[in-house]
Design a binder for this molecule. Structure first.
Ligand code: SF4
Ligand code: SF4
Length: 349
């Protein structure tokens, strides 16, 4: 039976004209908890007024769990697929509709378009974008968006095509470089900016403040990942509080940025490939995957080979020269490996 959520401030999601709660629900972590806990967290989020839910075909059980939790409830649901051709994404839309138990999906996104080559493929005739046009004409989806980790590729997408109504990208108090280019472009084009990883994948010391920072950015709706009632409560409380940042909060944001700016991997993978076969991206991303959804997802990548590849690092510095953020990559790799050694359950499935 449908329930009426309590009010939370809403924000227009760019030219989709969808009114969504100022904080959305990021759907990755619910695949790392029990089905019962996942459904309880999603329902609780809706009960406290969160009206925007984002998931993906690739988040294993996330779509089905979200569908079960939200069936019969009024809210805005977004999902995405990494299919790259028209037929593949049309099939993905049909699966998403079944999983999410809806007649229409409000927003469907091209998932993880992270290179010029991938962009060319999805924009080509018979590419995934064309497939989404068909799905929209058939009434299966309402709006079209794009997601990725490389702002330059997303900017190129928005420059080439006017169809994208939203863009989803990592955007937080540390990963804020897009304030110089992608954010103004979104404002100019009236594109909704969905901020993934608003709390840096759980690495920020003050998560509520990091979310509040996001709420102060134009066109932006942050979607922190949630899987526990306590997280839902914490995030809803931020959305209910005053949004203006005090001078002390601004200073704290600056402190978080300066502390983590040169230690935070943006998952853009410009540093790869390593000439010695070190799996840099996977090594640096695994920690945040484990923290958000547990070791299982990381194990599926082939943990043993990834961790063993770190031994091939000769500290040649080639990757550092390619990293736009000047990260001390060999040092971060050593730290990551030390972290993995503390996780007892990293044997592969
Ligand atoms: S180490 Fe640098 S270049 Fe490599 S993925 Fe991370 S941020 Fe990108
Ligand atoms: S410093 Fe290590 S990880 Fe980076 S390119 Fe050289 S060998 Fe590869």
């Amino acid at each position: 039976m449908a329930t009426t959520p309590t009010a939370l401030l809403t924000r227009r999601l760019g030219k989709t004209d969808l009114a969504v709660s100022i904080i959305g629900f990021g759907g990755i972590p619910i695949m790392g908890v029990s089905e019962e806990d996942a459904i309880a967290a999603v329902r609780h989020a809706h009960d406290v007024g969160i009206s925007f839910f984002d998931t993906a075909r690739s988040y294993r059980t996330s779509e089905e769990r979200m569908g079960a939790a939200l069936e019969g409830r009024r809210c805005v649901v977004a999902t995405k697929s990494d299919a790259r051709d028209a037929a593949g994404i049309r099939e993905a839309v049909d699966i998403s509709l079944r999983n999410l138990r809806r007649d229409t999906i409000d927003l469907y996104q091209l998932h993880g378009v992270n290179s010029e080559e991938e962009l060319g493929t999805v924009l080509a005739s018979d590419g995934a974008l064309e497939g989404l046009h068909h799905a929209r004409t058939e009434g299966k989806i309402g709006h079209i968006g794009i997601t990725g980790h490389r702002p330059s590729v997303l900017i190129e997408a928005l420059e080439q095509r006017d169809e994208f109504e939203t863009v989803q990208v990592p955007f937080n108090v540390v990963e804020s470089n897009i304030l110089e280019d992608l954010v103004p472009l979104c404002v100019e084009r009236d594109i909704g900016l969905i901020a993934m990883k608003p709390v840096g994948g759980g690495n920020f010391s003050n998560a509520p403040l990091a979310i509040k920072w996001c709420l102060n950015q134009p066109n932006t709706v942050p979607i922190p990942g949630m899987s526990r009632i306590q997280e839902v409560e914490q995030n809803a409380a931020v959305a209910r509080g005053g949004l203006a940042l005090t001078a002390a909060e601004r200073a704290e944001c600056e402190r978080m940025k300066s502390e983590l700016d040169h230690r935070t991997c943006r998952r853009c993978r410009y540093c790869e490939p390593c000439p010695n076969g070190v799996r840099i991206g996977a090594l640096l991303m695994g920690r945040s995957i484990i923290q958000r959804v547990g070791p299982q997802r990381f194990r599926q990548w082939g943990t043993r080979e990834i961790i063993a590849s770190a031994q091939q690092c000769t500290e040649c510095g080639e990757c550092i020269a390619k990293c736009p953020y000047d990260l001390p990559i060999p040092e971060l790799i050593r730290e990551a490996v030390a972290y993995y050694e503390t996780i007892s359950d990293l044997a592969e499935d």
